[in-house]
Design a protein around this ligand. Sequence first.
Ligand SMILES: [Zn+2]
Length: 91
Amino acid sequence: MTFFNDPTLLLIVIILGVTVILLQLYIESRRKPRELPRITRTLLKCTKCGNVLEIDYEEGDFISLVKGKCSKCGAPMKIQAIYTIEVKQPK
Ligand SMILES: [Zn+2]
């Protein structure tokens, strides 16, 4: 009787193999940093004095859209950039 003719031993080998694979998958999934929630922000820039202001993104925002007025000089503000940032969770 050889090793692989014994059904019990064969079963143990298979179970061990599957366990090792599952453990590796588990470790691999733990290693990845968890995705932080992200929020979209809109960067406004004054067309006159260059004053910049970051606000929450609103639906319909797009780059070069004129939005709001500068708090310093009152000139119209233009959307300079739209981007997402990670939300820092309080610990
Ligand atoms: Zn301004």
